[in-house]
Design a protein. Structure first.
Length: 167
């Protein structure tokens, strides 16, 4: 899998969020993951249909690379949230929330294809194929999906995975 490693300073995102399923106990189980793979696309559809996505897009500025899907749980799986947002310095408008992503080293994977299958396939491959031989491990920061265009039948995107060198 082709990827690049970058270090990025703190990012401020603004958008809307939903709580994700985690399963039982402190660990995220496979059935919760499969449910989230259904719920997140439904959330995107709802946000697109009710006008919230246009409100989020209006927040874009020179820092914005695209519309983001941000999976934020880090050390607290109890509060696992998924944001649809943009990186911005603009003042928050009503109905949106901000979230600060800490300075992080990212492994960035580019992809293209029909949504949501294309991005879900890459995310699974990162965990099952790339991580075991990469020399990196998961770092304590959110996963980020960067949507570079708005064509769900031929989407261009990036998956940003927080990493640190394996111990």
């Amino acid at each position: 899998m082709e990827y690049s490693i970058i270090k990025k300073e703190e990012m401020r995102i603004v958008g809307v969020k939903m709580q994700l399923k985690k399963g039982n106990g402190a660990q995220i189980n496979e059935s919760a993951m499969e449910e989230n793979f259904k719920n997140v696309p439904a959330f995107w559809q709802s946000v697109g249909q009710d006008g919230r996505l246009n409100k989020i897009i209006s927040m874009m500025d020179s820092k914005s690379n695209g519309v983001l899907g941000v999976s934020a749980c880090m050390t607290n799986v109890q509060n696992w949230m998924y944001y649809i947002a943009v990186e911005t310095d603009k003042e928050i408008i009503e109905g949106l929330e901000e979230y600060i992503i800490p300075p992080t080293t990212w492994a960035i994977f580019k992809g293209r294809g029909v949504m949501p299958t294309a991005i879900q396939d890459i995310e699974k491959r990162i965990i099952t194929e790339w991580f075991p031989t990469s020399g990196y491990e998961y770092a304590d920061a959110p996963d980020i999906e960067v949507y570079l265009n708005q064509d769900p039948t031929n989407s261009e995107f990036e998956v940003w995975i927080p990493v640190r060198e394996a111990k």
